[in-house]
Design a protein around this ligand. Structure first.
Ligand code: ZN
Ligand code: ZN
Length: 120
């Protein structure tokens, strides 16, 4: 039966996840020491209370590229980090014929302008 194999697989996966989390914790700690706690896009400032919303972005999108001088890191808030990655995907898929497809970009304030116009 495959049960022992499954257990071994589970353990390998758990170990891989743990070492990845450890590595992420390491470069995150390092990045937070090098850089001020400010989002590189929207300039939102962070404190110890909301620091978990500040994330480390890899400029070249390679999470294995972690030079200790921090040159591949950028501190971004969760929202700007999401944006950054969807933009990266957009440009990577730019050659596909997608003129008719609606853009998947999340626009939280898309309806706000027309709402404001309606009121005045
Ligand atoms: Zn931001
Ligand atoms: Zn990123």
């Amino acid at each position: 039966m495959s049960k022992p194999d499954q257990e071994r697989l589970d353990r390998v996966v758990a170990e891989a996840r743990r070492s990845r989390e450890q590595r992420e914790q390491q470069y995150r700690d390092r990045a937070l020491k090098i850089y001020p706690w400010i989002c590189g896009r929207c300039a939102r400032e962070f404190t110890r209370e909301n620091l978990h919303q500040l994330t480390v972005h890899h400029r070249d999108h390679n999470h294995d590229n972690n030079p200790s001088d921090g040159s591949n890191w950028e501190l971004l808030c969760l929202y700007c980090h999401d944006n950054e990655h969807s933009r990266y995907l957009d440009s990577a898929e730019g050659s596909q014929p997608s003129e008719e497809a609606p853009r998947a970009t999340y626009q939280p304030f898309a309806g706000l302008e027309s709402m404001l116009k309606r009121k005045t």
